[in-house]
Design a protein around this ligand. Structure first.
Ligand code: FAD
Length: 276
């Protein structure tokens, strides 16, 4: 097995205290020698400055950082300015997304889908950026059909994406099936599983309802059974997610991308347990 690509995702903190806490998290996770850290980008550019600031701090510490960039609600001019800003700062890696319009927002902007953003990035900046895109082993919540979602995923790769990171999932077979389907369509870019550690059931249930990631019945019932017993939820969650990661890597996943929620603990423990 070649060395897995490991990466960690952060959100840009809103306060100086949050930024300080993230520095400590980053220092711990840096020990694991990740390929890169990525930093999310709020819908409609709401975190534009904070995303950049967080990315620049990571870069200044000597690590590779990839800002996310979402295009829904944006103009070409706006996205062009952000791309050139990233380029001027020597950033070479982006996660290109459509994003979701905030509820009640009427203006979709000049981009409809992420494949248009990838195409635009390539047209504007050639091969400067390594572009990651999102993939959905359990399919996107707005997918018209599984097949249409696969075809739409392929559009992003055909437009020039170098790699993909998946939405999180707890059903490894969904990931393996998705990768098999992609291979059958001639998609050869690495598809790295997104991993969401489990530490809080109600938060996880909320996220999962919003993004269409399924919490299997057996897992949901076990977690619900622990009620407010946070220690048991964490301990059980670590076992479940470590097993998932182990199975994914054993069967050929090229790496793991951790949704850290700016916490080092779970990702760190899982990585140690995997013995990597
Ligand atoms: P797309 O690939 O455009 O797909 C969206 C939907 O449209 C799908 O149902 C697809 O089948 C359909 N579709 C796609 N292309 C076409 C087409 N050409 N014609 C017709 N239908 C089409 N959101 C943020 O706001 N900020 C972030 O930082 C962020 N980071 C993320 C990181 C990862 C790894 C993942 C998996 C998601 C992230 N998201 C983020 C969430 C993401 O923005 C949402 O899931 C969004 O709803 C879809 O984005 P996308 O890039 O996958 O869209």
């Amino acid at each position: 097995m070649s060395k897995p690509i490991i990466s960690f995702e952060f959100f840009p903190p809103k306060t100086p205290e949050g930024m300080e806490k993230l520095r400590a998290t980053r220092q711990q996770l840096a020990q694991l020698n990740p390929e890169f850290f990525s930093v999310t980008f709020g819908a409609g550019g709401s975190t534009r400055d904070r995303t950049l600031e967080t990315v620049l701090e990571i870069q200044a510490d000597g690590y590779k950082a990839a800002p996310h960039l979402s295009c829904i609600g944006s103009t070409r001019e706006n996205i062009r300015a952000i791309l050139h800003e990233y380029k001027n700062h020597g950033i070479r890696h982006v996660v290109a997304l459509r994003g979701d319009l905030p509820s009640g927002s009427a203006c979709a902007g000049e981009f409809r889908y992420a494949n248009e953003l990838v195409e635009f990035i390539r047209a504007e900046t050639g091969d400067w950026f390594h572009i990651e895109v999102a993939a959905y082993p359990e399919f996107h919540p707005q997918a018209v059909s599984a097949q249409a979602d696969l075809v739409n995923f392929k559009r992003k790769v055909d437009a020039g994406a170098n790699a993909a990171i998946t939405q999180y999932f707890y059903n490894a077979d969904a990931y393996f099936n998705f990768c098999d389907e992609c291979a059958r369509m001639g998609v050869t870019v690495p598809i790295v599983p997104g991993i969401m550690p489990i530490s809080n059931f109600s938060q996880l249930a909320r996220f999962s309802d919003a993004c269409g990631a399924e919490i299997p019945r057996w897992l949901r019932l076990k977690l619900q059974g622990y009620a407010d017993d946070i220690d048991s939820i964490r301990s059980f969650g670590l076992d479940v997610v470590t097993d998932l990661c182990e199975r994914l890597l054993r069967h050929g996943a090229p790496g793991l991308h951790f949704y850290t929620l700016n916490q080092a603990g779970a990702a760190n423990t899982i990585w140690q347990r995997l013995g990597l």
